[in-house]
Write a protein that binds this ligand. Structure first.
Ligand SMILES: [Zn+2]
Length: 68
């Protein structure tokens, strides 16, 4: 089992239909932002902005915080 996944947004990340848009705030990612793989109001794990996620040590995964 691997640890939490955190990436710096690059061009290929931004241009991918799978990761280009943040499912938490619905805004596109910008170059140089930090994105983390998280669970939330979507299926499976998706990359969202780091400041919209909180790390849950119990499940060893980021979770979307302040879910509306
Ligand atoms: Zn976001």
């Amino acid at each position: 089992m691997s640890g939490p996944t955190k990436v710096i947004v690059d061009l290929s990340f931004m241009n991918s239909p799978d990761t280009g848009k943040c499912p938490a705030c619905k805004r596109p990612f910008s170059l140089g932002e930090t994105a983390v793989l998280a669970i939330g109001g979507w299926e499976g794990q998706r990359f969202i902005h780091e400041n919209e996620a909180t790390f849950d040590p119990d499940i060893r995964c980021y979770k979307q915080k302040n879910r509306a």
